[in-house]
Design a protein around this ligand. Structure first.
Ligand code: HEC
Length: 217
């Protein structure tokens, strides 16, 4: 028991002297404890690192281009309405894609995504009075106010397109990398809800009890 520390120290010193210190640059390869010839495995597979050269291919590159007119599996974005907000003729659509149901769940999803990605600039109610306004994001209350006639008149496809490609002047950057197509439509639906919310009139309140509470004749 007395020699435990001593023995441990010598074993450690012995191992380091045989195997060498790891993490140090060697002039010769360090001793291989499990040599490939004795333990054939996948340790030394031939492989190409990204953007490496290759003598096998005529163009000398190891990276291969996808064959022409092919699409990666699961990446076929065929539906123009859903993926680009356009109809077959290339005009911006005035409706939501048919495979999306506009319901409360979609609006709630839109509200969540709006709060994460848009609200800092466009504000809780969409009037452009977000926190970034105080830090110099100037054109928000004019060009980024959803309650102006100009943005109210924008079609659903155009709103979708702003999310994909940014604003017309490119002052607002695209959000396509943050929102998947279904979520972009959810945000568009929520923008419509925000716009509708600012346009309510007394006539919208149809419930008799609610009318009484609000004092509407
Ligand atoms: C970093 C701040 C910022 C964020 C975040 C932001 N916007 Fe904007 N947005 C702007 C500004 C600034 C404008 C005015 C653009 C201009 O002057 O061209 C604008 C304009 C717009 C317009 C009108 C575009 C046009 O061409 O007139 C729409 C629609 C819009 N934003 C939607 C969104 C949506 C949806 C999101 C979230 C996915 C979002 N924005 C996130 C800053 C932002």
């Amino acid at each position: 028991m007395r020699h435990v520390y001593l023995v441990t120290f010598f074993v450690a010193a012995l191992l380091v002297s045989i195997l060498g210190l790891r993490g140090v640059t060697f002039t010769r390869p360090p001793l291989d404890v499990f040599p490939e010839w004795a333990f054939p495995g996948m340790k030394y597979q031939p492989k190409f690192r990204p953007q490496a050269a290759s003598e096998f291919f005529a163009d000398g590159r190891s990276d291969r281009m996808p064959p022409e007119h092919t699409v990666m599996r699961g990446m076929l974005a065929e539906d123009d309405h859903f993926y680009r907000g356009k109809d077959n003729a290339g005009a911006f659509v005035r409706s939501f894609p048919s495979d999306l149901t506009v319901n409360l769940a979609l609006l709630e999803r839109g509200r969540d995504q709006y709060a994460i990605y848009c609200q800092v600039c466009h504000g809780v109610s969409g009037d452009g009075n977000g926190i970034t306004l105080r830090y110099g994001m100037g054109s928000l209350t004019t060009n980024g106010n959803y309650h102006t006639d100009r943005i109210r008149a924008m079609t659903d496809g155009e709103l979708y397109n702003v999310i994909v490609n940014g604003s017309a002047s490119k002052v607002m950057m695209p959000y396509a990398d943050k929102l998947v197509p279904a979520d972009r439509w959810a945000v568009v639906a929520y923008i419509r809800a925000l716009q509708r919310a600012q346009q309510g009139t007394a006539a919208d309140v149809t419930d008799a009890a609610a009318r009484q509470t609000l004092g509407i004749q």
